[in-house]
Write a protein that binds this ligand. Structure first.
Ligand code: NAP
Length: 315
């Protein structure tokens, strides 16, 4: 007999894992497909302090490990594959991956978002050679070096603070004259003696010979342009880019409705414009992108998928 899942979830971050838990608990035949590492962006976070009930010193990876355990306890299947094509035209939805084809009565898109790039010359060339998008992954490489954190939001300021554990000095480089980060986060940052903030400044270019050696900055108020060279003894320095995120929704362009930045448009019950296809988590247009809202989205999407299946498929 053909293998048709009740619910297929694309993405195994907090939204996808929550959808998986609710799907499996509702006794739906549930499959979670992840192309990359399980856990999404939260596994790059050292401390999860704002998820209600999380224990002191809870890390992103420990929270995700528990979410996966819960999903599997209730019988959700989880596989690794990269979905490259989707067909939502028929009642049974078809997802084509690099390893196989998957069919389901309902689909939850929980593909999340990925770090936005600065888009300056040298950024690509020096990624992994001085330029990074993940403090938890790469902070350690810059022990006792000088580090710059680009951006002024919650991520930039929190991650810059984390980087002070390793680097001898961390400078936040922000394009405006005030930070966007929450006041509580800013207050902590202002007290950190290893942290400096350079306002009204943007990165124009990253330069080096095989490894990042200098940064060209521009002051947006005065127009002054200068090149900051790595200390001669160090030979290099770190540039950590935290300038927001982009939804990972390219696969659904022309199929699912999205806003001009590519975030999926759903209603409050996570329904997209296609019956039986739901959106959840950071890939969705919403006001707050946090683990707590992602898990809530995932739960709602699964419950609504169950309702949709009950109403549209006979036993
Ligand atoms: P964000 O809030 O969108 O901030 C992005 C920052 O990057 C802004 O300061 C922006 O400057 C700057 N920026 C954007 N493009 C730039 C460019 N090309 N060059 C230089 N600077 C650029 O992103 P985020 O900080 O990653 O946060 C994303 C979401 O996650 C937010 O909702 C945030 O609240 C949430 N979050 C929460 C926590 C927490 O609660 N602990 C931690 C991390 C993230 P402007 O200010 O000038 O626009």
């Amino acid at each position: 007999m053909e293998n048709i899942y009740d619910l297929i979830i694309i993405g195994a971050g907090p939204a996808g894992l929550s959808a998986g838990l609710y799907g499996a608990r509702a006794k739906m035949k549930t499959l979670i497909i992840e192309k990359d590492k399980t856990g999404g962006q939260i596994v790059t976070t050292e401390e999860v302090a704002n998820y209600p009930g999380s224990v002191p010193n809870a890390t992103g990876p420990s929270l995700i490990a528990r979410m996966v355990e819960q999903c599997e306890e209730f019988g959700a299947e989880k596989i690794k594959d990269n979905i490259i094509e989707v067909n939502f035209d028929e009642k049974i939805k078809i997802l084509k991956g690099e390893k196989g084809e998957y069919k389901g009565k309902a689909v939850v898109v929980a593909t999340g978002a990925s770090p936005r790039k600065l888009g300056v010359p040298g950024e690509k060339e020096f990624t992994g050679k001085g330029v990074s998008y993940c403090a938890t992954c790469d902070g350690d490489f810059f022990t006792d070096f000088e580090v710059f954190a680009i951006g002024g939001g919650d991520t930039a300021v929190e991650e810059a603070m984390f980087l002070t554990k390793f680097a001898r000095k961390v400078t936040i480089v922000h394009r405006r004259d005030e930070l966007r980060a929450a006041k509580s986060i800013q207050e902590k940052a202002f007290k950190n003696p290893k942290l400096e903030i350079m306002y009204n400044t943007v990165v124009k270019e990253l330069k080096g010979d095989g490894i990042l050696e200098s940064i060209v900055f521009e002051n947006r108020e005065t127009g002054e342009i200068w090149e900051h060279k790595a200390d001669e003894e160090d030979g290099t320095m770190g540039v950590f880019v935290f300038v927001g995120y982009m939804p990972q929704t390219d696969l659904f362009k022309g199929k699912l409705e999205m806003d001009d930045r590519g975030y999926l448009l759903t209603d409050n019950e996570m329904r997209t414009n296609i019956p039986g296809v739901f959106g959840a988590g950071d890939c969705r247009q919403k006001v707050l992108r946090q683990v707590v809202t992602a898990t809530a989205d995932g739960a709602i999407a699964s419950i609504m998928a169950e309702k949709y299946i009950d109403e549209n498929f006979e036993e």
